[in-house]
Write a protein that binds this ligand. Structure first.
Ligand SMILES: [Zn+2]
Length: 115
């Protein structure tokens, strides 16, 4: 399968993939040497329509945005080992967002505080 074919079959066709320094640092703290693989897996989840820990309203908004072309926002937990603050798999202080812009020009992983 050519990469063009793969793009055509993803719910979101990725263009520019970007991460902020802060989000990469959190991934390093959480995953150690394998952090880049973990980051790629999060982008994969986002591009496949797995929105992570968003509420039902945001989840429905994202599903609609796939068709209507609005911004898409997913949230994932990246707890460093030993954090112990996660509730039902979500941890407020150790969260990243992955946002695809409405025009689909970029998909960015960032800390909520960097938005
Ligand atoms: Zn945590």
């Amino acid at each position: 399968m050519k990469s063009r074919d793969i793009q055509d079959h993803l719910p979101i066709a990725p263009r520019q993939i970007v991460t902020t320094h802060g989000a990469l640092e959190l991934a390093k703290q959480s995953y150690g040497p394998a952090y880049l693989i973990a980051v790629l897996m999060l982008f994969r989840r986002h591009l496949n329509g797995d929105w992570g820990h968003v509420d039902n309203f945001d989840s429905r908004s994202n599903d609609d945005a796939l068709i209507s072309g609005y911004r898409i926002l997913a949230a994932y937990t990246l707890c460093p080992i030993g954090c112990g603050r996660a509730v039902n798999g979500a941890c407020e202080p150790h969260k990243v967002w992955i946002i695809t812009e409405a025009d689909r020009s970029a998909t960015t992983m960032l800390l909520p505080s960097e938005y």
